[in-house]
Design a protein around this ligand. Sequence first.
Ligand SMILES: Cc1cc2nc3c(=O)[nH]c(=O)nc-3n(C[C@H](O)[C@H](O)[C@H](O)COP(=O)(O)O)c2cc1C
Length: 213
Amino acid sequence: MAKDADAPMILEDKQTICEYPIHPLIAGRRSTRAFASTSVEPETLASLLEAARWAPSCMNEQPWSFIVATKANKSDFDRLLGCLLEFNVLWAQHAPVLLLSVANLTFELTGERNRHAFHDVGQAVANLTFQATVSGLVVHQIAGFDVEKARLEFSIPQDCEPVAAAAIGYPGNSAELPEKLRKRDANPRKRKPLTNFVFEGGWGRPAAWIRNL
Ligand SMILES: Cc1cc2nc3c(=O)[nH]c(=O)nc-3n(C[C@H](O)[C@H](O)[C@H](O)COP(=O)(O)O)c2cc1C
């Protein structure tokens, strides 16, 4: 924790400079690209999905599904890996687990469009990610994949939408990454200041109780 209340805080991971104190689990999480070859125990993996299961959702609809592929089933793993764009295959191929989140876009009860489906899938993935961090795992989410290929490959119905893939595993040695990936992983973490997006009284008016650093 910072000694001076007005100074930016450096928590856990030295690259994470916080304006206000946050839990080390959040400050220490990173989307790194180096994975150890160690597999993830089924019990641990199931806990990640259990954490996702307990996320809040609009009308408790729980509009999420997950297609999970582990290296224990190489053919499934390769099918999911094959949906990723080339840049992501480069590093994600070394993760022991790949996952694809899918949003059900219609409410089961009413058949109406669920405007919050993506939001809720994101919350479920956030839960999963924090549970993973507790277990010492890295979750690196991936937008760079072929949505239609994934839909066909895994027979995802039309009223459901593939949202994001993720590579999951124990952290590896970043020194073993190809240079361009190593550089990316070593880049300082950047975030917009709170005053850019916390408003009060109207759009674009930074909340008065946020420190202006
Ligand atoms: C929905 C989503 C999609 C992402 N897609 C990619 C991707 O395709 N390739 C990649 O290398 N990183 C991807 N990322 C990782 C982000 O670049 C990363 O979260 C961001 O730079 C912040 O870094 P941090 O997670 O280490 O704090 C994605 C993250 C999210 C949440």
